[in-house]
Each structure stands twice: as structure tokens, then as C-alpha cells.
Design a protein around this ligand. Sequence first.
Ligand code: MCN
Ligand code: MO
Length: 719
Amino acid sequence: KYIGKPLKRIIEDPPLVTGRATFVYDLDLRGTLYASFVRSQYAHAKIKSVKCPEGSMCFTSHDLPKAITGIARNEAVYQGQPIAVVLTNDEYKARDLAEEVEVEYEPLPSVIDVEEALSNKERAMSELESNIVLQDEVNVGDIQSDFKRAYKIIEGELINQRVIPSAMEPRGAFAQFDGKRLTVWSSTQTPFDLKKSLSEILSEYGVNDIRVIQPYVGGAFGSKIINYAEEFVVAYLSVVTKRPIKWFNSRTEDMMTTNHGRDMRLRFKAAFDSEGKLLGIEGTLIHDLGAPFEDINRDSFWMTTTAARLLIGRYKVNSLKIRVLGVATNKAFIGAYRGAGRPEATYFIERILTLGARELGLDQYEVRERNVMDDVNFTKLPTGLTYDSGKYKELLRIAKPYYNDLIKRRDSLRSKGKLAGVGVAIVSEIASFGPYSTAKVKVLPNGRIQVITGTTPHGQGDATAFTQIAAEVFDVDPSNVDVLWGDTDLISDGDLTAGSRTITVGGSAVYEAAVRLKEKLLKVVSEKMGVRAEEIEYREGKFIHEDKTMSLWEAARTSMFMGVLPEQDYSYVMNLYTSPYGVHMVLVEVDRDTGFTRVLDYKAFDDVGVVVNPLLAEGQTHGGALQGIGQALYEEAVYSQDGNLLTSNFSDYVLPTAVESFNVEWKSFGLTKSDTPIGSKGIGELPTIAGTPAVVSAIEDAIGKKIYTMPVKPELVLK
Ligand code: MCN
Ligand code: MO
């Protein structure tokens, strides 16, 4: 009744569109001190000494708890790394004061280029034995014999460049300690993790009662999963100064210090037979992990090893032999960015297939039809990943007429002398990760249903989708449901919104809690009415038996008199992940004179199982495709040889805007369902994953030249 409806964002949007939503920056308390961080000017340097201005509230690394990692104590390993922090009662004065702190550096050679890092001539950190900090290997099938029987072998190096996640709101935090209780507001995706880590760091200062609030967040795209040093410092300073502390990154600080994304390259050889079947891929996958921080690097290397295993995409690849290297350099550290490992894998495999097709003189769609896997059903693949369900051939069959239509339009443009091209990519995705999501559902004494989620939406619209799930269970209009999130006081534990998991894992928790609450209330009503539960009908928010009816709120109030709280919590355990898929196609036109690419049409044909709210899912596709194409056409984090970030504002770092946006047609065919109560699979990352390779292949098709690097700038096209 409500699941599957294109409901507008009734929960999130009223505060946002009226400008009344509260962000970290909006917070203010009497006596607030403003923090500003002193950040390393060098990408790599020894810190000889730090001198604070006379009489200032200034804290060097030696004044801060050792347990706070990520601060440059003796050696700075990327530009912008925090070294010290100053406090004063005015935001702008704080920034001026930070500039008065004298840091004596001894510059060290910086390792910027990945090639240079691999050579190990210089180290990104003095104590490193090698810049290759992590390694792995994937070895499946008999690569040698596949290469021996190959009809064609292609090779090259595909680069998935470093990008900056660029959430609308830079990172910031506000902390207040009242002598007993510490409250931290942070622009984060992980308030529950932040609370856990704060507890570990601050318990030795006698702080055990901690509340973390995630207010409205201006986007994150994975870059606010990590808990950053600044958040801990701000919390600690509020404890020691007994004053509220506020800190907010400038855009440039944020671009230098919030995790970057991607920066993976694949040196490959791929063997095809004469029919265009991909036999095997051999190569080295190199991930520039940026600044060496053991824990962050290790977490990010998950993306690398996952990418290596997802390299086969949805294809029947016989053999795979990939060396996987995680490399440290003196740049911002790499972390999750929309897709996190899966865009890189998809980019590599989809580009390899298209390059192979060109080499063999085959159509790019046909090559995919020839290689695509049979249906999967919890199929464990030789690389170790399991795909839950997928009917890839059927999806390709359904999408084919649309592809043919794009080709017709391309040809008609060509006949008018235009440079037009079509690109295709199949999404290689696993999403909706566990281990669990929590929820609590209540019927309030005023009859409203309140959903509390342990997930942390920050732009996706999941809260609105949760109203639909609760409304479905309770058979009431979604306008009777409220949704709360982002506060560690609301529920014992929570998880996060990331990895396209929220509707599937978090939504399943909401569903299970709601179903159990309804059963609980049914028992109450049956006792009160004195009839068996089976004889009571439930409909439109009412329990009905013959001429007796009891509304939800009556049941909720009655339950209190029977010693039953009208609420229910649930922790939904996700054993596997989902493996949503889609075929995305794009038509582009390249201007012969300027070399600029214009996207004329984008078609996203997915199978994400049950779609809870098609309006939200389509919205994700519009934004995500633009973001994916942003990487292909515009975005690139550029460092100078000595490690200065040259693209540290939005005039040097080019993001796509509404002006660059294009027509998107989205459909999800529901060929499969996930093995969860909701039956959905994630969509949040799909378009970002597919958009990048699809548009590169389209430009290649338009200009007839092979492309290995991004962004595909006009100068590259015209060369
Ligand atoms: N949806 C649906 N039916 C499905 C799948 C999804 O109705 N079968 C809807 C959901 O209700 C939700 C949206 O689509 O409104 C996305 O759901 P889901 O795929 O579960 O993804 P998440 O909610 O977990 O969002 C995470 C995803 C990620 S990983 C990144 S990165 C990203 C993205 O969302 N960051 C974003 N989209 C973003 N959008 C905004 N505005 N801001 C970000 O920072
Ligand atoms: Mo994400």
C-alpha cells in the first residue's frame, strides 16, 4: 500500500527548504570558544618545535592525549595535518591566532608520485620500511593456459584518478561538557563509532557519560565515516577548558584533510578468444592510499582487495591473477568515497571489455552479452565473493532495445557531422553490508508512530522511506509516522548510512520492530477485550472485534496499565550483502572545436529488488550519475611535486553543477529480491559506479581514440 510509492521527503525536507534545519555551524552556546587548527604547511617534515603566542589558549600535540591519533607530533606526513590548536572567543580571531603559532619544520623529501613511492627511494614516513604498506593477491584459474589459447591480448594501464569527495558542508564539531556529561555534535556519518572512540579516549579523564549528535549534515559521500582527530580534540578541549568548543573547517582545509577517494590504477593484460570472450586478466592493482596511518590505511585497503575480487564483474572470466599493492605517499589519506572500491573495479572491467571489443571489431553491447554470467542465486564465485541473486542476461535482453535506440540517435547525429558516441557499463556492485542495523518503534500516547533508526541518513531520504515501511505494517498513512535518527541517546547502539545499506538493512530492522510491536499490542487488546487474538482483526490503525474497536493510541495507553511499554526494538543481522546490478548507457556529443563533452542522455536500468520509494531511488540516480560523470570529465586532485594540493578550492577543483546535469531515465525491473524482509537491494552507489566508465566509453566511441586516463579533458580529446 505504501511501499513502492513515490512519496515526497515529508520528514527531511520541511526543515531544509525552510532554512530551519540545524547544522553544526548553526550551534551556539554562551561562552563558546572557537577552535582553529594549526596545520602542516609541508607534505613531509619533521616538527622541530611549536611555539604558542604568549598568553594564548594554545595546545600543541604534547598537550593533547596520546590516544588521539592523526596529529603530527614529530613528523607531518601530509599537507594540512593538524599540529596544534588555538582557542579564542571569536571565529575569525581564532584563525588569525593560529597563524601566529610558530612551527619550526625540517622539510623532508616528499613522496607524491606513486611510481616514486614504489621505487622506495624516499619513504613517506621515516619509520616505514617500505612505502608498500599492504599487499594481497588474487589467483583464480589457470592464467597461463588462458593466455596461451588467447586470440587477442590487450594491455595497458587504466588510471582511476584521485578525487575529493566535496560534501556541501565541510567537517565541523561542537562540544559541550557540563562537568558530568559530554555532548558532541558532529558533521559525521558515524555518531555511534564516535561515541565509542570518545569513551576510550576520555574515560581516563573521568568522562563516561557521552552523547553524540549528528544534526543535519550537508552530505558526506563516505568521507565522514572516519572519526577525525579534530573531533576528538574538540571534545577533549571542552572537558579541560569547561567551555563549549566550536570548530569548523574552511573549504580549503576540508579539501586538504578530509579523506580523498579512488586513486587506484590497474596495469593489466587481458586475453580474449576469437569470439570476444574474456578468458583471463593478469595484472597489478596499485592503490595510492596517501598518508601512512596504519588503521586508516588498513580500512581503506578493504576497498583495494574488494576491487580486485570484483574485477570479474558479472562476467564468466576463467582466470584472474592480480597482485594488489597498497602504497603510502605524502598526500591526504584515501578513504571511502561513494562506491568505495566498487567504482574502481567496475571502471577497470568495463573499460577492459570495451577496449577489447574495439580491438576485436565487436559491438560493446554484444561483447557483454557474450561474456555475461548465467543467473546467480547465492552463488559463490571463485574470487571468494558471493552474489545473492541476479538475472543478468534477462536485464541485458530488456535493455537492448534502448541501446539500439541510442545507437540510432548517435548515427543520426553523426550523419549531421557531429562527434557522437554511446557508452555502456554494467555495475559491478556489492552493497547493503552488515553486520547489523538497529531500530526502535513506538506508539506514542498521542497515537503517532515513532521510528528511531540506528542508521545515519544524511541526504538520501531514508527517513521518509522508513515512514512508508512503518505505515505499511500499521496500515496508517505515512503522515502519522515520525522518524528520528542521529543521536546516541535515542537507542543503545547504531551503525551508519554508507555502502547503500540503509533501506535494506536499516529498513529491515524497522520492519521487524514494527511487526513485533503490532503483535505486542494485539496481545494487550485481546486481554482487554477478553477475546482470543485470532478473533481480532487489524485494519487502518484499529483493532476490531465485532462491535468493539480499539485504536492504536487506545491500545498504547491500555498497554501501560498492563505493564507493557508500547515500544519495540530490534537489531537486524545482515549475514551477507546484496549484489544489485544494472546496465547504464549514455549518449554523448563531443564538440569538435572545443573538445567539450556534453551528455545528451543517460539511461540507468537496474535491478535493485523491491523499490521502497521510486522517487528517492531515482533522485539517487540523478545525483549519482552526475557525480560519476564528474569523475570522468572534470574532477582531479592535483598535487605539486612537493605535495601542495593545487586543487584546493572550487575554482581549481571542478565539480559538476546543475549546468552540467543531463537527462536521466531510470528504471528498476525487480527481476530479483534480496533475502531480507524488505526485499530491496542498495541503489545509492550504482549510478556513480557505472556513470564513470560508461561516459569514458562513449567519448571513445565518439572520437575513435583509446582512453586510459581521467578526467577526459578537452585537451585530451583534441590531442
Ligand atoms: N531506495 C529505495 N529502494 C531501493 C533502494 C533504495 O527506495 N531498493 C531509496 C532509499 O529509500 C533511500 C535511497 O534510495 O532513500 C538510497 O538508499 P540505499 O541504496 O539504501 O543507500 P543509503 O541510504 O545507505 O545511502 C548511502 C549512499 C552512499 S553509500 C553514499 S556514499 C551516498 C549516497 O547514498 N552519499 C550521499 N547518496 C547520497 N546522497 C546525498 N544527498 N548525500 C550523500 O552524502
Ligand atoms: Mo558511501
